[in-house]
Design a protein around this ligand. Sequence first.
Ligand code: FES
Length: 144
Amino acid sequence: MYSEKVMDHFSNPRNMGEIENADGVGTVGNAKCGDIMRIYLKVENDIVQDVKFKTFGCGAAVATSSMATELVMGKTIQEALHVTNAAVMEALDGLPKAKVHCSLLAEEALHAALWDYAQKNDMIIEGLEPPKADVHDGEEEEEF
Ligand code: FES
């Protein structure tokens, strides 16, 4: 039921961990299942130099976070903004219908991290909406 790519990214997640002094951090949660995803960005000259994630959640959420980090690495901020859940799912050769919502977490966490980056740098990223469910505020030191 899962593609080989999903199984690969679930078994060997890329870019798992955290970035100290990240330029942008986004944390989102899925109200239905309670899973949480956090994405860290290091940005230099408008390019994503490094990206890491931590996911407290299901296998599909781990696989989508892993693929999302691969897709945004080395991209410009604007290009990173276009890494949607549809793009992540396509790169993973699809997800079972019941797991599509898991891929939304990756997009939302990435957007929340970009939003945080923009806020910290007093800039506006065109087309970027404020995060719906950023639970990052006041939880910077929280471990999960
Ligand atoms: Fe919660 Fe997949 S079941 S993110």
